[in-house]
Design a protein around this ligand. Structure first.
Ligand SMILES: [Zn+2]
Ligand SMILES: [Zn+2]
Length: 339
C-alpha cells in the first residue's frame, strides 16, 4: 500500500470514528439568548430543528450565538425552524438567523393572535423571511417529520391536545388544588408546545404557554404522561408552570432558559424543587431575583454574570432514556442513567 493510500485510509478512519462517537445520540443545545428561546435539536440522522431564534438586534448577538453553536454541531442549514409564537424574544432574531443559516421549512401556529402596530410589524418581518423556505402550520396531535425521533405537537394556536398520548390519560389529582387564572389573550397562550421522543427519552417544550392552557393539557386527566426533561415554560416566569403540570409530568431534570433578570422567579423554582422525582435544575443564567437559596449550584448554571459570554447547555440522549447534560462554560457534565 502506498504512503498516500495509507494516509487517505487513516483520514477516513478518523472521520468515521468521529461520527461513531455521536452515533445514536440525540443532541439538544440550549443556547443563551438572555431570557428568550433558542433550542437547537440535532437528531441521530443529522437532521436539525431550531426552536425559536432569540431576540432581534443587539448587533445580531443571538443569531451569531445560534450560528456558532450550529457550526460546532456540524449544522450548516436548518431542516426546520419552529417558531413557538410571535414575541420579540422568540421570532425577533429569525431574519438574522436566516442570513446565517438557510432554513428548509418554517413551522408555526398560523397568523398572530395579537393586534396593534408593533405586533403586526414583528409578524410581517417574519412573514417576509418565511417566504425563503417551505411553510407548515401545525395543530395539536400532528407530528413534524424528523427521522428516528417523534416530535408530537401538544399545543398550538390556542388549542391543546384533546386525546391522551399513548400510555397517558390518568386522572390528575393535583388539579383539585390548582386555581385557574384570568384567560391570557396574548401570543403566549397560542404557543406551540411539543413532546420530543427518542426511544424511551422524552423532552417537553411548551414555549411560553401560560397557566390555563397548561392546566388544559393535564386537567382533569394528564394527556402528556411523564417526561425525562422539561424546559421550564416561559423562562420560569410565575405566570406559567403550575404544579399541577410540572408535578404531573414528573421531570427528572428541568432546564430553565431564563435571563439574569427575566424568568427564573422564586415561585417557578419552588414548584420545581418540590416536584416529585426531580433530580436537578440546570439554568442558562443565575437568576438575580431568586437569590443564592433558590438558584441551582454554580456547576449547573451556564452563565453566572449578567454581562455574560452566552454560554450554552448541551444535552445528549440515548434511546434507552439515559442522557448527559454539559455546561458549556466549564465543561462540567452529569449523566443520568436509564430509569
Ligand atoms: Zn419568551
Ligand atoms: Zn412570549
Amino acid at each position: 500500500m502506498s504512503r498516500m493510500m495509507r494516509a487517505i485510509l487513516a483520514l477516513c478512519l478518523a472521520a468515521w470514528v468521529g461520527q461513531a462517537q455521536n452515533a445514536g445520540k440525540l443532541d439538544i443545545y440550549f443556547i443563551d439568548v438572555e431570557g428568550g428561546q433558542a433550542t437547537l435539536i440535532v437528531t441521530p440522522a443529522g437532521e436539525s430543528m431550531l426552536v425559536d431564534a432569540g431576540w432581534a438586534g443587539v448587533g445580531g448577538r443571538d443569531a451569531e450565538r445560534i450560528a456558532s453553536v450550529a457550526k460546532s454541531a456540524g449544522v450548516g442549514e436548518l431542516d426546520y425552524l419552529l417558531i413557538t409564537h410571535y414575541h420579540l424574544d422568540h421570532v425577533g432574531g429569525a431574519p438574522e438567523v436566516v442570513e446565517l443559516l438557510p432554513v428548509k421549512t418554517f413551522v408555526d401556529h398560523g397568523p398572530s393572535v395579537e393586534t396593534g402596530a408593533r405586533a403586526a410589524e414583528l409578524f410581517a418581518r417574519y412573514e417576509r423571511v418565511r417566504q425563503k423556505g417551505r411553510h407548515s402550520i401545525v395543530r395539536p396531535g400532528e407530528t413534524i417529520p424528523l427521522r428516528g425521533v417523534e416530535v408530537r405537537i401538544v399545543a398550538s394556536g390556542g388549542e391543546v391536545l384533546r386525546a391522551p398520548l399513548a400510555g397517558a390519560g390518568q386522572e390528575n389529582p393535583l388539579c383539585r388544588d390548582e386555581k385557574r387564572r384570568d384567560d391570557d389573550p396574548s401570543e403566549n397562550a397560542a404557543s406551540i408546545g411539543f413532546l420530543l421522543s427518542y426511544g424511551k427519552f422524552r423532552f417537553l417544550n411548551l414555549g411560553d404557554l401560560t397557566w390555563n392552557k397548561e392546566l388544559d393539557l393535564v386537567c382533569p386527566s394528564n394527556r402528556i404522561g411523564t417526561v425525562d426533561v422539561y424546559l421550564t415554560t416561559h423562562h420560569g416566569m410565575n405566570t406559567s408552570g403550575p404544579a399541577a403540570l410540572v408535578h404531573a409530568v414528573r421531570p427528572r431534570v428541568a432546564v430553565m432558559n431564563n435571563g439574569a433578570r427575566k424568568g427564573g422567579t422564586p415561585e417557578a423554582l419552588k414548584v420545581l424543587r418540590s416536584s416529585p422525582g426531580l433530580e436537578d435544575i440546570w439554568q442558562l443564567h443565575y437568576s438575580i431575583a431568586a437569590g443564592q437559596q433558590l438558584n441551582a449550584p454554580e456547576a449547573f448554571i451556564a452563565n453566572l454574570e449578567e454581562n455574560c459570554l452566552g454560554d450554552w447547555l448541551k444535552l445528549s440522549a440515548s434511546p434507552d432514556g439515559s442522557f448527559t447534560v454539559r455546561n458549556g462554560r466549564t465543561g462540567y457534565s452529569k449523566s443520568y442513567g436509564p430509569r
